[in-house]
Write a protein that binds this ligand. Structure first.
Ligand SMILES: [Zn+2]
Length: 156
């Protein structure tokens, strides 16, 4: 399958984009970042607030692929520490919980503060996010998919 905008094969297109930290943390001056935050690749604390990184998959229409937005979501302290305590375990049968998106996703309006359902994975999977605001384009596209051309435009 080829992309209609550039003729690239689907296998040659990057299908994910990851954010290094929540936007709010990214925007802090260096000294405050050092004093107020603790962060690694998947977990972040800012003062008494807690964030984790996962992936929101958007299926690409007529393909087996999905585009993965590697965003951060803010979660409750309790959910955060349950995740930390069980980080090495298979958490895929744990109940899902709510999170709030902490990154601006380009090409979409108002993604900061969008609510998602967080589903933890097994030992090798990142948490996955499902959008629940039915009015939002991301929620609709997570259900209906996006064209390969649109998925490709995310990486440009
Ligand atoms: Zn293209």
């Amino acid at each position: 399958m080829k992309c209609g905008c550039c003729g690239k094969y689907i296998g040659d297109i990057s299908f994910d984009k990851s954010y290094k930290m929540p936007d709010e943390v990214w925007a802090l001056p260096e000294a405050e970042k050092n004093n107020r935050t603790q962060i690694d690749s998947d977990l972040c604390r800012l003062d008494e607030r807690y964030f984790l990184r996962g992936v929101a998959y958007i299926p690409v229409i007529d393909s087996e692929k999905s585009y993965g937005w590697g965003v951060w979501v803010e979660v409750s302290e309790q959910n955060f520490f349950e995740y930390v305590d069980n980080y090495e375990n298979d958490n895929s049968s744990r109940p899902s919980f709510l999170g709030v998106v902490a990154n601006k996703i380009p090409s979409y309006e108002n993604t900061l503060s969008l609510t998602v359902q967080v589903q933890l994975g097994n030992e090798t999977q990142r948490p996955t996010f499902t959008f629940i605001d039915k009015e939002h384009l991301l929620t609709q596209e997570q259900v209906n998919g996006v064209s390969i051309e649109k998925a490709h435009s995310f990486s440009n």
